[in-house]
Design a protein around this ligand. Structure first.
Ligand SMILES: [Zn+2]
Length: 309
């Protein structure tokens, strides 16, 4: 059998030359696509993917892995959190995209049609953004492939798994994983890291997760990496809290903390410090999955995400 080969590729996506690695194994198997940098300042997943993908060249592999370490190049280059700087749109709200739209919408469209559509499984790697502290978790979407996606999310091993389904309660729409789920591709969003940092624990958590999913999909002979200490906690709801007014955000609870319904988890006060504008309380029992770390908050600004059962 020929050895595992690693090929450097460039995808032309919305006029951008996006680098990727394609790793082709020695036997038949699925195509696993791994994205990072859908948000351009989420560095821990990018770092993990760079290490992991090139390391696959030394391993026995069945099938193929397509690894894109930094999809949102304009945001990466400009160190712009959350959005594509050219149009101010969040790329992970634009899938499956629009070929006639703005840059974020065209980038989503080209990524969906040229990369995601042909995949047998998708891992979209994220972290808290430049101003978000985050408790690691994985997310998957309701749909025809959700049993497989749930297994992938559990195997990634981040402690918490959240299921999202379409409807008014859904925290976000237009994501990579939702668009993939709609066409029957098992997909997860894996979140570890945050605050614009490349912390070793988060990088290692992502590397372990990728390796475990590779094993789950039957693409590698073990070792699948160290097993989890405990099975993940499965959460059914993901509640995002926003401020009404602009001001100074001061959380009193941290990412990863368990909170009770009604518990005070922070305040928004006037910039001059003389007035409390809002007292933020937990809308349900749950765990804080991410908390905005920056005090600067706009009107309708995102404060935190709560995972609830
Ligand atoms: Zn992200």
């Amino acid at each position: 059998m020929p050895p595992t080969t690693l090929t450097r590729r460039t995808f032309e996506l919305a006029g951008l030359d996006v680098p990727a690695l394609e790793i082709t194994g020695t036997g038949d198997g699925p195509l696993l696509t791994v994205l990072a940098g859908v948000h351009g300042c989420e560095y821990a997943p990018m770092a993990a993917q760079r290490i992991w993908a090139r390391g696959l060249a030394d391993r026995e592999l069945r099938g193929r892995v397509l690894a894109v370490p930094v999809l949102n190049l304009p945001a990466f280059r400009g160190r712009t959190p959350f959005v594509v700087p050219d149009d101010g749109k969040n790329l992970n709200r634009c899938f499956p995209g629009n070929p006639e739209g703005s840059l974020a919408e065209r980038l989503a469209y080209d990524t969906f049609t040229k990369i995601i559509k042909g995949s047998d499984a998708l891992i979209d790697m994220h972290a808290g953004d430049m101003v978000e502290a985050l408790q690691p978790f994985a997310l998957y979407d309701a749909g025809p492939a959700e049993a497989r996606a749930r297994d992938m999310a559990g195997a990634y091993g981040l402690g918490y798994v959240i299921r999202q389904e379409p409807g008014p309660d859904r925290a976000v729409a237009g994501t990579t994983s939702a668009a993939a789920a709609e066409i029957g591709i098992p997909a997860i969003i894996a979140e570890a890291g945050g605050c614009g940092l490349v912390r070793r624990a988060a990088v290692e958590a992502h590397v372990r997760g990728l390796t475990r999913v590779l094993a789950l999909l039957g693409m590698s002979e073990g070792p699948a990496g160290p097993q989890q200490d405990a099975p993940p906690a499965y959460l059914q709801r993901f509640l995002w809290l926003r401020s009404q007014d602009e001001g100074w955000w001061e959380p009193t609870a941290q990412a990863g903390e368990t909170v009770a319904e009604g518990q005070v988890i922070g305040t928004v006060s006037s910039i001059d410090g003389t007035q409390t504008l809002e007292t933020i309380t937990a809308p349900a029992d749950g765990v804080l999955m991410f908390v905005t770390s920056s005090p600067a908050v706009a009107a309708d600004g995102l404060l935190l995400g709560l995972g609830a059962s």
